[in-house]
Write a protein that binds this ligand. Structure first.
Ligand code: NAD
Length: 482
């Protein structure tokens, strides 16, 4: 492990709460012209933005690393994912949001119906620091593709990544500024929630999500909430243990465990639990931590999280958990070396609370049914995974999990699939980003019915004939009454 001081570039000057209203007003001024470009015009711009991000990805990787301390590979992966999702939103918005015809139904056969998705106006996006490019680009590009303009409030730890995204888009759009940035801490975020935006897309901790919703309540501003998680993996007796262990260690430790859909708990069936634990420990022990070119993961970005991690590990061990690899001593600021805990009491914070560090809890269970019960306990419900050689039964297990996304025989697979809706249940939030659902989050659905001709029966009139209602009832009985 290296102990070099992490890079701390001077933060961009916080523009503070008072700028939120100005940014929303500027975004609103640009919105009609942006909407006026139509799906084809916006697709062209967003594809050009995607290309520019990729052309200058080294710059973005350096910026992300400087602000978060993640490794070059972790930053590169983030940029790849951001581009993948941005491109998908650009290309698929027309199909997901375009005009579609809907059947009027038998009783209203004389109407033609179409459903359209109109932009909401100005969307406020509040982002976290752990994936400062990938996470905001999802809702930002979905909102833009649908014809909205956006005000982004990046995390106070990663303001320059947010500003870089807006600056590169401005290079493509020129005078039409469709993505504005306000920087600052939670005060700026709260101001954005109250600044008259038409929707908030929030990604961050579940505790902050509650404050965001309270701020949104004043104006009944709708919100999509991407909160925290405590993702579990289930390892069945017939699982490929080598693959499961490899996936578990990566999902738990990549980005130093600072991933909302990172793996924090494993429930392994008794018969394979010891072997699985051995494989996990062996792999995790081989990981290198630091800021050098050979490091597998970097520092803990948020200094106060170091204490949370240490407290959870200390508490688990004090309550009888086995520290199979590392322990409280693995927390050496600003780094945390891999920690594997086994047999942790189910009510310990290391099992119930988000750890957000390279810590993996492996608990044994008597059956997959018990694993599902334990995985479903607790407030969070973001992602999950199942390892079994029987893919059919894996999908059955997945359907019983209280989680927004489940991968069978893989981990976090859904995050690399831009067509797949992403979001949680319970404390992990509500609403979806990514995929057609994510595009529709930032539109209002409008139904337009147009009467093609007057029908023989006209029940919706005070001038209807005496025989109209009995005839209608007879018709409905004939159709549905048996
Ligand atoms: P955080 O909740 O501390 O902050 C998130 C954002 O909210 C920041 O921009 C912050 O300035 C802002 N904020 C703080 N107080 C606010 C307020 N009162 N009103 C409005 N905005 C406010 O989260 P974080 O530490 O930046 O990120 C880590 C958390 O994010 C973890 O819990 C992680 O699981 C979660 N996360 C979730 C997802 C997901 O997709 N579900 C993705 C990434 C991260």
């Amino acid at each position: 492990m290296t102990t070099a001081t992490p890079p701390h570039d001077a933060p961009a000057s916080p523009s503070g709460a008072h700028d939120a209203a100005r940014a929303v007003s500027a975004a609103r001024t640009a919105q009609a012209a942006w909407d006026g470009l139509g799906f084809a015009g916006r697709r062209k711009v967003l594809k050009a933005w995607c290309a520019l991000i990729l052309q200058r990805s080294d710059e973005l990787v350096d910026l992300i690393r400087a602000e978060t301390g993640k490794t070059a590979d972790d930053a590169r992966l983030e940029v790849v994912l951001a581009a993948h999702h941005l491109r998908w939103n650009a290309v698929h918005a027309a199909r997901a949001l375009g005009r579609r015809r809907v059947s009027p139904g038998l009783l209203m056969f004389n109407h033609a119906v179409e459903v359209i998705h109109r932009p909401l106006g100005v969307v406020g996006v509040i982002g976290p620091w752990n994936y400062p490019a990938f996470i905001p680009v999802g809702p930002v590009s979905a909102a833009l593709a649908g014809g909205n303009t956006v005000v982004l409030k990046p995390s106070e730890l990663t303001p320059r990544t947010g500003e870089w995204l807006a600056a590169t888009l401005a290079e493509v759009t020129g005078r039409l500024r469709v993505l504005h940035v306000v920087t600052g801490d939670g005060t700026a975020g709260e101001a954005l929630c109250r600044a008259g935006v038409d929707k908030i897309a929030f990604t961050g901790s579940s505790a902050t999500a509650r404050r965001v919703l309270a701020a949104c309540a004043d104006r009944m501003t709708p919100a999509v909430i991407e909160g925290g998680g405590k993702d579990a993996m289930i390892v069945a007796a017939d699982a490929d243990l080598d693959a499961a262990a490899d996936a578990a260690v990566w999902a738990a430790m990549t980005n130093a465990g600072q991933t909302c859909v990172g793996l924090e708990r494993v429930y392994a069936v008794d018969t394979v639990a010891d072997r699985f634990l051995d494989l996990v420990t062996e792999r995790a022990a081989a990981l290198r931590v630091g800021d050098g070119p050979d490091a597998d993961f970097g520092r803990i970005t948020l200094p106060r999280q170091l204490e949370v991690i240490a407290d959870q590990v200390r508490d688990a061990v004090a309550r009888g958990a086995r520290a199979v690899l590392g322990g409280p001593q693995s927390v050496t600021p600003p780094y945390v070396a891999p920690i594997v805990l086994a047999d942790v009491p189910e009510d310990a914070a290391a099992v119930t609370e988000e750890t957000f560090g390279p810590v993996l809890v492996v608990n044994r269970v008597s059956s997959v049914a018990e694993a599902v019960e334990r995985a479903n306990a607790g407030g969070y419900g973001l992602g999950a995974s199942v390892f079994t050689r029987d893919r059919g039964s894996g999908r059955g297990v997945a359907a019983g999990l209280r989680a927004g996304m489940v991968s069978v025989n893989a981990v976090i697979a859904f995050a690399g699939m831009p067509a797949v809706p992403f979001g949680g249940v319970g404390d992990s939030g509500f609403g979806r980003v990514h995929g057609p659902d994510g595009l529709r989050e930032f539109t209002r659905t409008q139904a337009i019915t147009s009467q093609r001709f007057r029908p023989p029966l006209q029940p919706a009139s005070f001038r209807r004939r005496p025989g109209t209602m009995p005839a209608l009832v007879r018709l409905v009985r004939t159709l549905y009454g048996r």
